[in-house]
Design a protein around this ligand. Sequence first.
Ligand code: NAD
Length: 476
Amino acid sequence: ASVYAYAGERQLTYTPLDAISTAVESMKASFSQGAMRDMSFRKQQLQSLLQGIRGHRHQLAAAVAADFSKPPTESEFYEIAPVIFEIGQFLKDIDKWARPDKYRLGSEQPVFLMSSMEVRKEPLGTVLIISPWNYPLRLILLPLIGALAAGNTVVLKPSELAPCTAVAVEDLVAQFLDPNVVCVVQGAAAETTELLRHRFDHFFFTGSGTVGRLVGKAAMEHLAGVTLELGGKSPAIVHHDVADLGPAAMRIMWSKLTTAGQTCVATDYVMVHRVVKDRFVQLCKNFIENAYTRTPHKSPDYARIINRRHWQRIMDLLSATTGTVLQVCDDRPDQSDRYIPPTLVDNVAFDDPLMVDELFAPVLPIITYDSLDEVLQFVNSRDQPLALYAFGSSKTTEFIFTNTRSGTAVANETMFVSAASNFPFGGVGASGIGRYMGKASFDTFSNHRTVLQAPLALPPPAIDSVRSPPFTGPEN
Ligand code: NAD
């Protein structure tokens, strides 16, 4: 197999349902046989993956572009480069992360004076990684790095909605990783449901809350660990004391228009203080025009909506909104190409149809506020978002952080935060459970096994008196 066989040259073939069991069992068997025990083997696998990605980065980006016209530069910046960086981090730090944490309890609890205590980082076993379509390389490869580094065998389930990338990932795995330790199961809901019937040692899911709940239920049925990386409506708040509105508008629009708004940490909507609102809107318009011209349809740097169903969902929302859809671009939505231009919607009410679910669209609802109390009341009345972006003085941004909850909080920036390797990433409440990236990934995919080694000889006499009745009563 070759990763050159990506865009349409090789069709995505779903794994037959009756072959899934065999695939899972073979990963479990190789784990039991100790395939991943050796740290140098794990490093060699990471090295090989690194080589494969480096050697085929253009083909990988082309596969994503074939799926939904995602600009290859976006794939390079936000998917391939971060994955390469993450492997480098692991190769540098894995020995440190894998080292047992040693404890000396003797001074606080003299009964442990003669014992040695440590927490070992052991693999969990065989883990399942299910990924979505929107960053179809990054969101399957980043967790894979952590899972392999921690010594697990892995079953990968790419998203069927990015079929060219799913094939490219399958080929990359076949060409550069040991088939005894990683396998790819291809398919959609039926194949994933079949996978969820198996008792994995950890379930790692990135995607929607709806499917996340199914994965969570399956994990609980098996009493296995679960990480859910979900989405939600991540707000940006722009207060009147922001030092400079220009970068604020640029950073918000960047997060909204990258991958045409189909990013889990995109700014979903913006709340802007009344005194800076008009200037902010003008700056957003300027950004769109400068970045994509007034005809973004022709721009090579602007992605398409993943499929017709989502295109129609977004168009229905735009028909239903009671806000003011601003005329920013000269071209119109195009169903045949699944194109929706960058769209600003002003004067959006709290109960607008655009404010119900995660938009996942290049559409920015703008809500005007007069006091931060209004902002807090609204944000806190909703599910806790994956990210919250606050623009203002440090006093204002801290005040907002102290009075809200979210997976990540960022002052005066937006999704730039997800570039930070080794910075635990994840949601809270409806936006997810658990953390990954760098050491957090290693920990997520490890069993932190507490090991006590006690001496048989010379037990402190005090312990034996509480082991064997008759008790003499508590000593003073
Ligand atoms: P999705 O939940 O529809 O699909 C994710 C995976 O689940 C796919 O592999 C798919 O094949 C599988 N699946 C779909 N329906 C299923 C079913 N009924 N039963 C079992 N499996 C099923 O999500 P999506 O549309 O691919 O991705 C978009 C969502 O993912 C958004 O909500 C976004 O915010 C979220 N997301 C989160 C992060 C994060 O890091 N937190 C990153 C990217 C995307």
